[in-house]
Design a protein. Structure first.
Length: 140
């Protein structure tokens, strides 16, 4: 990550920063490191893990830079977050597969019905493009 001081945008709307930071805080833990990093702007301890949404990898302290210092994310990453949140907002409940995928008396899900669920769900969650996890461009 370049010097975060060069990426501060004091005009960036605080409510927009808040939902971006909230998204960043809800990544899955991809890695844990010994000892916390320190914020490069205020020196507070700022996390020791890497988080991911399956497309991007970022240090858990990135939300602090966004929320508390108004450090702008790369446009590509910001647009990815917007698209992911919109996709979540657009999801519809489908109770029909619960009935189709009922379990057998032994508790096992019938293979043919079970196989349909991830295929349908997977399409909803597929993301296009984006950087690969571990891309150093997304690291602070
Ligand atoms: Zn800071």
């Amino acid at each position: 990550m370049p010097d975060p001081a060069d990426l501060v945008d004091t005009e960036w709307d605080v409510s927009e920063r808040a939902w971006v930071a909230d998204y960043l805080d809800h990544g899955q833990v991809a890695a844990s490191w010994m000892g916390a990093s320190r914020c490069r702007l205020c020196s507070r301890p700022n996390g020791s893990r890497d988080l991911s949404d399956g497309s991007y990898l970022w240090p858990e302290g990135l939300s602090h830079y966004v929320l508390d210092h108004a450090v702008r994310l790369p446009a590509e990453f910001f647009e990815h977050i917007e698209q992911r949140l919109q996709a979540l907002d657009d999801l519809q409940r489908d109770g029909t597969w619960w009935r189709r995928a009922h379990s057998t008396p032994t508790g096992a899900v019938r293979p043919t019905e079970h196989a349909q669920v991830p295929a349908n769900q997977g399409r909803k969650w597929r993301t296009s493009g984006g950087m690969q996890p571990n891309d150093p461009a997304t690291h602070a």
